[in-house]
Design a protein around this ligand. Structure first.
Ligand SMILES: C[S@@+](CC[C@H](N)C(=O)[O-])C[C@H]1O[C@@H](n2cnc3c(N)ncnc32)[C@H](O)[C@@H]1O
Length: 226
């Protein structure tokens, strides 16, 4: 992965809670955040003593490199969203300005925590479909805004392998959103991934969530061992 290919964009704990319907009990579990990038989920959760590890290939870069890429990319993403405001639901995030400040605050909070968190093993450079963890090392794995969203870049085989890998390392896996970023439609890989997981004796369900920003992205995929 080249730094120039990275498009850092991160959400905070409140958005993660809403996207994945996380209860207080869920937050007490050992959690893997897969593809957390510059989200502040890990920084905020670990500050309150919770057990969380994040993996992402951008953790091969140092904080200075990630910060400079954020500064470069932030105005570009904001101008894209400004051109397409009707593609979003302004509910959990009230308006365009709030989106910009919320995302930037989350990324700043990540950057402030990153060096220390990396040292203590909370930020690990790894990539799906291979994760450096033992079977069922985590009670819950969350994957926000990577699988299904990038359906054009990540093919069907990689999706199924990635989901199986997440199910290997965690007792329960939740993924959100399930729409492709290219057309805001349900990912073309979803149906086949669901049947592939059911064939592995996993319980699979689509669960409505209260969060919606990308229009129509109002459910998560939940996979558990039976
Ligand atoms: C749009 S960002 C989402 C960040 C965060 N999860 C959030 O929702 O705020 C997508 C993330 O997926 C990461 N990613 C890309 N390829 C990956 C892979 N093979 N395995 C895990 N994460 C990957 C990117 O580096 C990036 O940080």
């Amino acid at each position: 992965m080249e730094l120039a290919e990275v498009v850092p964009w991160g959400r905070g704990l409140n958005e993660y809670k809403a996207m994945f319907s996380l209860s207080d009990n869920d937050l007490k579990k050992s959690i893997l955040g897969c593809g957390d990038g510059p989200a502040s989920f890990n920084a905020e959760l670990s500050k309150s003593g919770h057990d969380i590890v994040s993996v992402d290939p951008i953790y091969q870069f140092n904080s200075k490199e990630i910060r400079s890429r954020i500064d470069e990319v932030y105005p570009q993403i904001m101008s894209q969203v400004a051109k397409n405001t009707e593609d979003y639901v302004w509910k959990n995030i009230a308006n365009f300005e709030a989106m910009g400040s919320t995302r930037m605050a989350a990324m700043q909070s990540f950057l402030a925590d990153y060096a220390q968190g990396k040292k203590s093993g909370r930020y690990i450079n790894a990539s799906l479909p291979r994760l450096p963890f033992k079977n069922i090392e985590f009670e819950l794995a969350l994957c926000s805004h990577y699988l299904f969203l990038y359906s054009e870049q990540v093919n069907q085989k990689q999706h199924l392998l990635s989901m199986k890998e997440l199910c290997r390392v965690a007792a329960e896996v939740r993924v959100y959103p399930l729409l492709s970023i290219s057309n805001n439609q349900i990912s073309p890989h979803l149906t086949s991934v669901i049947s592939g997981l059911k064939n592995c004796d996993l319980s699979v369900s689509l669960v409505p969530v209260e969060y919606e920003f990308q229009k129509g992205a109002n459910e998560m995929l939940v996979v558990k061992r039976v």
